[in-house]
Design a protein around this ligand. Sequence first.
Ligand SMILES: NC(=O)c1ccc[n+]([C@@H]2O[C@H](COP(=O)([O-])OP(=O)(O)OC[C@H]3O[C@@H](n4cnc5c(N)ncnc54)[C@H](OP(=O)(O)O)[C@@H]3O)[C@@H](O)[C@H]2O)c1
Length: 281
Amino acid sequence: MLGSELLARVPAGIEALGTDLVAGPTVTLAGLDLADPKAVERAFEEHGPFEGVLHCAAYTAVDKAESEPEVARRVNVDASRVLAEACARAKAQLVAVSTDFVFDGASRVPYTESDTPHPLSVYGVTKLEGERAALDANPGRTAVVRTQWLYGPRGKHFPRTIVALAREKGSLRVVDDQVGAPTSTLELAPALWDVLALRGTGVFHAACEGACSWHGFTAAILEACGLRSVALAPCSSADFPRPARRPAYSVLDSSRLAALRGRPLAPWRAALAEYLRVEPL
Ligand SMILES: NC(=O)c1ccc[n+]([C@@H]2O[C@H](COP(=O)([O-])OP(=O)(O)OC[C@H]3O[C@@H](n4cnc5c(N)ncnc54)[C@H](OP(=O)(O)O)[C@@H]3O)[C@@H](O)[C@H]2O)c1
């Protein structure tokens, strides 16, 4: 989802290479396993030199990760280390994307980059290990960018799923006890290109401004999609038990990123409206 949006928004004057099957004008390296050190080294030799790498490959099946931690670790930790080591050899900048799930959600004020992580799930644990592997293996040239609640023109995500369910069922119950900030890849992708161009290093938070619960997000989506007649009721996470625990509150304070690039990401409602203008659901 995020990688394809990055390739759709390559800044002028930059030549970019994607590592997945992405439509568009950019050359792609289909089938490259980023956890395979030899394959990555070969890709750097054959297609480099690279000035920078935007790393957004991940094992993102949060619930499934609970039952296959080694598979999740291979991508979320090993691939991050392998890419960072390759970047270190090439003296290239690395921007590695991470998640709000590194936090436990016990806070009631937005998390800053200096808050202590405490992940609740295998996904969160492996993403945190991946952050540390990337920072350690390519010191001084790595930015870890934590984001949350992503959606965008490509990929499977909450707004698309909830609109389909609303049309199918006519009524919805959605959890009201998890709070975060829905973040559009249309907003995040240019911010990641900025972090690369501005040589940001260390940890950054990058989410749309403001906060809501999944219930609140759903209400806004239904309203924007002309589905006001759908009955929407709040419920608690306990009503929908899932294998992985999620943070109850994971709003990210993104002011460090705003200071680097001179502006914050858009407020989440404005970003949702822009996304729905680009891709009506
Ligand atoms: N989605 C969210 O709500 C969210 C929230 C916070 C943070 N993030 C982070 O944001 C980043 C992008 O997320 P996303 O939602 O765009 O993820 P996504 O749609 O699941 O894409 C992840 C990509 O990684 C690729 N990949 C997995 N293992 C690989 C490997 N060994 N070698 C090469 N490629 C591999 C996958 O390829 P295949 O499809 O071929 O397996 C897939 O294209 C991730 O770092 C994620 O942790 C996402």
